[in-house]
Design a protein. Structure first.
Length: 203
């Protein structure tokens, strides 16, 4: 094979690869609503049919009894920001909480938060792109967060799967690059809650 034919073959191969990558990227969010709804539905199927429930737990929502939000219990990370005096206490809808978190879409693309790699961040050692623990009023957050945090006890770490209806709905959140109809995954460790707080009780 001559050098010209060989080089031409390499160029065609490279162009084909780029074309495939572009097509793959362009289709990354195709049928987004359906895929997000199927993702949440599949959690229910796993919970109902797989031995050990696939590690999933769920709770019935306060705002919509009979509808469930699914989650997995994860191993808490040791952190010096955990309020040990409040361990085992649960927030109420009127509480302000402090938590580490990482938010992802169903492709596990992170859109906000930083959690897991360095649980003891403070202003002096936080790097660009890393997020310190957040403190927020539960009355000000998306419904899925408000519901989930009221079921968590201080010290717990959960991976929570929130349907789009209880996240940013049909509009999404352009500031956080969250598309409409996005189910969201949050890795959350609850560090503290202010008064009023409920004792840890099993629902």
């Amino acid at each position: 094979m001559s050098k010209k034919i060989y080089l031409f073959s390499l160029i065609l191969l490279a162009l084909a690869f780029v074309s495939c990558e572009e097509t793959k990227e362009e289709g990354r969010y195709d049928n987004w609503r359906t895929r997000n709804e199927v993702f949440i539905d599949s959690l229910g199927t796993v919970y109902e049919t797989v031995p050990g429930r696939g590690g999933l737990e769920r709770f019935s929502m306060y705002i919509n009894p009979g509808e469930f939000i699914y989650y997995k219990v994860k191993t808490p990370v040791e952190t010096n920001k955990l309020n040990k005096d409040m361990v085992g206490r649960r927030p109420t809808s009127a509480s302000t909480v402090t938590a580490y978190y990482k938010g992802m879409n169903i492709l596990r693309e992170r859109f906000d938060g930083f959690y897991g790699e360095n649980p003891n961040l403070d202003e002096s050692n936080a790097n660009e792109g890393e997020t310190l623990p957040v403190s927020l009023a539960l009355s000000s957050v998306i419904t899925g967060w408000q519901e989930a945090l009221q079921h968590m006890a201080v010290g717990d770490r959960w991976e929570i799967y929130i349907p789009w209806q209880y996240a940013y709905g049909t509009t999404g959140n352009s500031n956080a690059n969250i598309l409409s109809y996005s189910a969201l995954i949050f890795d959350v460790q609850l560090l503290d809650t202010n008064y009023p707080a409920a004792k840890d009780e099993k629902e």
